[in-house]
Design a binder for this molecule. Structure first.
Ligand SMILES: [Mn+2]
Length: 256
């Protein structure tokens, strides 16, 4: 029997491989009940795909999606990081109709507690997009780093149409696809399921959350922790970057 539920992430550039390794390791460490499926761009090197398979990940190779040239130009002018410019392929997760339900996780996330219960949450569940100190003020909608999805082809085509209509990058597309999300408390997941590492000190100081309650850490922004090798462990963010490497190293050990 093929699995009908799976965790999913997307890999479009080879240098993000350590991110996927850390994510899978973090799921293994909390005894996740479901495997990790990697939606991989066909442009990836064979060695990258082999590493994923060797570590027991399912790999689904897809042709890459790209935003309209004007959207790419706008993002380039606004100095968006390259992974956001290449994030269109993420919309493919809506087309994974072999699965009745998926939990999508960004490849810059670490799972700190078992989150299998998310598979019982409804389609289009996500966490509010918060931003560090302004966390007390909600942003305009969901953050697309963690999504609960029941794949559906017609919704996938709607997402592609929104992409072609240049509504923005993937997060803007998901917000436009699910306009009811803002007024649907049952789709709005606990903030501990998508905690941005920057600004984490303020959240803890304000007692908005305790570190032990964090279920998913989200390493938003640049550089990514797997691009950093020197740490001043007296600084919170650098400590969290160091913590990230523990997962990467643990995964590499399994390759030996
Ligand atoms: Mn992310």
């Amino acid at each position: 029997m093929s699995p009908t539920k799976t965790y999913v992430t997307v890999l479009t550039t080879d240098h993000y491989l350590p991110g996927v390794l850390a994510l899978q390791q973090s799921l293994l460490n909390v005894d996740a009940k479901y495997p990790l499926l990697v939606v991989a761009s066909e442009t990836l090197e064979a060695a990258t795909l082999m590493t994923l398979e060797k570590l027991g990940m399912q790999v689904c190779v897809v042709s890459a999606l790209a935003y309209h040239d004007d959207v790419i130009e706008r993002m380039t002018q606004d100095a968006w990081p390259i992974e956001v410019i290449h994030s269109a392929t993420k919309l493919k997760i809506l087309s994974l109709v072999d699965y009745e339900k998926i939990v999508y996780l960004d490849s810059d996330m670490i799972v700190r507690a078992n989150i299998d219960d998310l598979f019982d949450r409804p389609h289009a569940s996500a966490v509010w997009d918060w931003c560090g100190q302004s966390r007390m003020a909600r942003h305009q909608g969901l953050n697309s780093g963690l999504l609960v999805i029941e794949p559906n082809i017609s919704e996938y085509h709607n997402a592609l149409a929104l992409m072609d209509a240049q509504v923005g990058y993937d997060q803007d597309v998901f917000r436009a696809l699910w306009p009811h999300w803002m007024d649907s408390p049952h789709l709005q997941l606990e903030p501990t399921l998508n905690v941005f590492v920057m600004g984490i000190e303020d959240l803890i100081k304000m007692r908005f959350l305790a570190f032990k309650d964090i279920q998913v850490l989200h390493y938003v922004g640049n550089p990514k922790p797997f691009q950093i090798r020197n740490f001043d462990l007296s600084k919170t963010l650098e400590f969290l970057n160091y913590l990230y490497w523990e997962y990467v190293n643990q995964a590499y050990l399994r390759l030996k």
